[in-house]
Design a protein around this ligand. Structure first.
Ligand code: ADP
Length: 160
C-alpha cells in the first residue's frame, strides 16, 4: 500500500462527513494530506485562511494528518508530495458521475494516479457543506453535522 494519500476538496466548511472519510483514510494510509482547493474564481463562504485554521483546529494534534492547500492542478500537488493517491468520498450514486469524470481527467494528466473512493457512515450520506451552510444561514443548529467550533464560525458569518 502506498503511504501517502491526498484528500482534496473545498471543505467550505468541513463537516462530520469529511471527518468520517479522513478517519477511514487514516486506517489505510500512513499519512493523509487534507488539501483545500483554492480557486479564486469560485466564491466560498470561508476564505482559504479561515478554512486552513478551521480544519487545523478540528484535526488537532494528529501526526498522521496534514492540512494544506493548493491552487491549480491536483496532479501538480500530488507530484510535489510524491504521491499518486487521491481519496474522495462517495455518498450516493449521484456523486459518481462527477467523481468519475474528475478521476479520469486526472489520470489523463498523470497516468500513475489512483483515486480511491471511500463511503462514509450511512448517517452522513445526506450531508454536504452546502446543507450545513443553509441550516446555519436559516438559524438552525448544526451540531449534528459539523464540529462545535465550525458551528460557532458559521454563526459568526451569518450574524454579519
Ligand atoms: P468538492 O468541491 O471538491 O466536491 P467538498 O468539500 O464538497 O469539495 O467534498 C470533498 C470530498 O468529500 C468529495 O469527494 C465529496 O464527495 C466528499 N464528501 C463531502 N461530504 C461528504 C459526506 N457527507 N460524506 C462523505 N464524503 C463527503
Amino acid at each position: 500500500m502506498k503511504r501517502t494519500a491526498v484528500y482534496p476538496g473545498s471543505f467550505d466548511p468541513i463537516t462530520f462527513g469529511h471527518l468520517d472519510i479522513i478517519k477511514r483514510a487514516c486506517v489505510m494510509f500512513e499519512r493523509v494530506i487534507v488539501a483545500i482547493v483554492h480557486n479564486p474564481n469560485k466564491s466560498t463562504l470561508f476564505s482559504l485562511n479561515e478554512r486552513l485554521d478551521m480544519i487545523r483546529n478540528v484535526i488537532g494534534e494528529n501526526p498522521q494528518v496534514q492540512v494544506g492547500s493548493f491552487e491549480g492542478l491536483l496532479v501538480d500537488f500530488l507530484m510535489q508530495n510524491n504521491t499518486g493517491v487521491v481519496v474522495r468520498g462517495l455518498r450516493a450514486v449521484s456523486d459518481m458521475e462527477y467523481e468519475f469524470q474528475m478521476a479520469h481527467a486526472n489520470r489523463e494528466l498523470l497516468k500513475d494516479i489512483e483515486t480511491i473512493f471511500l463511503m462514509p457512515s450511512e448517517e452522513y450520506t445526506y450531508l454536504s457543506s452546502s446543507i450545513v451552510k443553509e441550516i446555519a444561514r436559516l438559524g438552525g443548529d448544526t451540531k449534528k453535522f459539523a464540529p462545535e467550533s465550525v458551528g460557532a464560525l458559521l454563526k459568526k458569518k451569518f450574524k454579519k
